[in-house]
Ligand binder design. Sequence first.
Ligand code: ZN
Ligand code: ZN
Length: 430
Amino acid sequence: MATLCFNAQCVPTRLDVGDFQMCDCIGKALQLGMSRRGFLGAGWKLAGAGIPLLVGLPASAAENEQKQAAIAHAREQAKGHDTRLVLLGTAGGPVWWPNCDREGISSALVVGESVYVVDCGNGVGKRYKQAELGRIDEVSGMAGMENLRGIFLTHLHSDHTIDYFNLFLYGWYDGLTAVKQPVQIYGPGRRGEMEPVFSIPGQATAAPPPVVNPENPTPGTVDMTNYLYQAYALDINDRLRDAHRPDLRSLMQVHDIVIPPISGFRSPNETPVPRMDPFKVYEDENVKVTATLVNHFPIWPAFAFRFDTDDGSVVFSGDTSPCDNLVRLAHGADILVHEVIDTSWVDALFPAPLGARETAFRQHLLNSHTSIDDVGKVAEAAGAKTLVLSHIAPGHAPRANLVRAQRNFSGQLIIGEDLMQIGVGRKRNS
Ligand SMILES: [Zn+2]
Ligand SMILES: [Zn+2]
């Protein structure tokens, strides 16, 4: 199996084009000293040069046509499959991308009638209903969430979690009370130590920034959920008393993912991505879910998940740079859903000529995502049959750029679009 990973300190070894810290890009660019006007101006300048970048250009009619045709084609192909991958949201980053109809990152794996959601980006509830993953009441237009069995959070960046609790607060009124058993939720536990402060090259080390919630500055999924209960206590208590809703907490069972002992692991800051074998997170009559650590430093832990079903296997990369652990997890998978960053957009943020400081900073930004050129290499190394691009950053990246992923991949490439459905394995019903 090819070696694609970074070492434990996240330094690229064999890949010359890295990735990109998209989740925090804008903040860090401003931190670097680029004014907001300059930041936007760079985007405009390059967009004016014919490159649809930071500010986003409206997709052409031809591109929209291609997109709609791809969605319709995939939906037709998915018909009759008992197991389906449904892309709910396909954009990466905590940004409302301009000229882009992608919602935040979220996917669903549907097995029979059971639904398993991976990540809960902005708009997941709306897309869940639009995808008609349950029975919609014809009169009220409500319900349709009774089949939700599990939620799996790859990591706790806001673009993967912002609508997690929303699924329950709104779902409470929209069919979720019909679930037969509490929704099983699995996500990262506490990081346990604060990440280091990024020192900007050429800039004197500043005092550490203030710490939010110092008694627990790196909360995990159980902590986050408990804080959300507290934050929404007024609303929840009102609906319990005034509307006699069942206890919201009875609809959810939340688990921090327990990482097994790993040889050579010392700490999240020293050895964030030790070589490891996939480990089991969850299993029921439909799916077996395994996970591995991937490289999204300094966020830790960051997981990729693999779902094995009777019909086939689907792997979700989460946010990561090219990573051996992921290649191992995705070995022989039927479908690999992988994040991707269009580095031409990064180039717009750091137009040439770059000084040493900008070069170092750009590389820092490139250390936790996967470029269009590299994502095909990852899928090829894993031997995945189909590669689906999602968590697309920027959200308005042109399809003409994204198709370049095919150059390094001999399998089927699908550029993910919101509400696209993809059948897994053989058809059971025609
Ligand atoms: Zn992300
Ligand atoms: Zn992230």
